[in-house]
Design a protein around this ligand. Sequence first.
Ligand code: AHR
Length: 506
Amino acid sequence: MRASVIAHRDYRIATIDERLYGAFLEHLGRAIYTGIYEPGHPTADGAGMRRDVINLVRELRVPIVRYPGGNFVSAYNWEDGVGPRDKRPTRLDLAWHTSESNAVGVHEFAQWCDAAGCEMMLAINLGSRGLDDARNFVEYVNGPTGSYWGDLRKAHGRAEPFGITHWCLGNEMDGPWQVGHKTAHEYGRLANEVAKTLRAFDGSLKLIVCGSSNSDIKTYPEWERVVLEHAYEAVDHVSLHMYFANRAKNTAEYLALNAKLDAYIGAVASTIEFVRALKRSKKRVTICFDEWNVWYHSNTQDREILAGAKGWPHAPRLLEDAYNFEDALMVGLVLNTFIRRSDVVRIACIAQLVNVIAPIKTEPGGAAWRQTIYYPYLFASLHGRGAALSLYVASPGYDAEVAENVPYLDIAGVHDAESGALTFFAVNRHASEALDVDVSLQGFGAAQVVDHQVMTSADIEAVNTLKEPLAVVPRKGTGAVVGDGRLAMRLSPYSYQMIRLAVVKA
Ligand code: AHR
């Protein structure tokens, strides 16, 4: 099979915002406890944080991490997680039917973010709580000493404000499963009032209003219209979530799902434009896709705990999807979509980062390892920074339930003019045929291949485990050749590829 691509240096979509490679950590299962925090672990630092995990997060260059939820945040009292540890209460977490010790709270998480080299994005509880608690929380975190909340923070060991910029106004407030679920009008009005109040404290905060939890929920996309009509002028981003699954064991259908993601982004971008026009506004609200990943492998095993059959366990194994090779292809496809829609998707957070539907897994007292999906996320985060190119792509395709003519070749291109790197991220969706791809390189000058990484597997269900952590890893690719202003490459069936060129300006 053949496909052709044209990449022109000046045909750009947008400068990618590095926050596109963000992540999410929730007080859920073992994300925090025995994920990032395990005082007795051989690699634990003075604060009880696992250094082996910190090193993996640093390797990923995660720019920003959303915290502490998720569904968890909708009944969370942030005050429970500050002050002397021995005085912190254990609470029942209604979202996941577990116990929360509150051993980790905003102070400890801020310290972890510093160690891991990430910025913290905080979510506010707008489920069981409201405006006053939101205001108090922001003042506690960012307020000066000499005020009630700033002084309390100081008394808890931190005089300097944390200086957190990004604030999520609740989580999935459209979801009937959410503690404190609201209608679009109820939520839109509350979000607008909270946003106005937080802006009165600090006009430079970046505020994120809840959009839809998924594109199948019946309130989508009317939810976005109503909420934005209430809050457009007061917020910066609208949050979207989407999870992907291959329950029917149909790989072709599964790997077409980023077309659904693309349509979702397109519809919300249009809704934003509609409200902007309605309000005669100059402001451009953009999308913060702050939860996305594959999530389905663990659904059955989680049922018991979620139904309460095990009582209220602390940090049980929940949402621990073991990701296989085809999931790595899916994650590569999602990241390609975000790069291609980087004009409107400015922030995205893989959900989540450690143990809970995550690229990193840990064993209590034992090792930490990279799941299959770690690698496409790593390559995009390291090399997907610069200008997203508007590629012309001609590829044979197939019809799927979510879209017609889904191309076998899925490709995104990023040019970093500063370092002179031109990187392509490509997935061959064909089960048995290789794709011979011809890329016409226009306006780049001389080029040479400097790196080529390939993920393939004879078994699409192969996973990395504690015993076999390196079963699915990228390998050096061969056969990508540049000559006469063209890049020629052969993409093996069901493969993820990263091809990196060094280019000089013509
Ligand atoms: O990431 C797991 C859960 O998925 C989050 O808590 C929630 O926001 C979403 O439904």
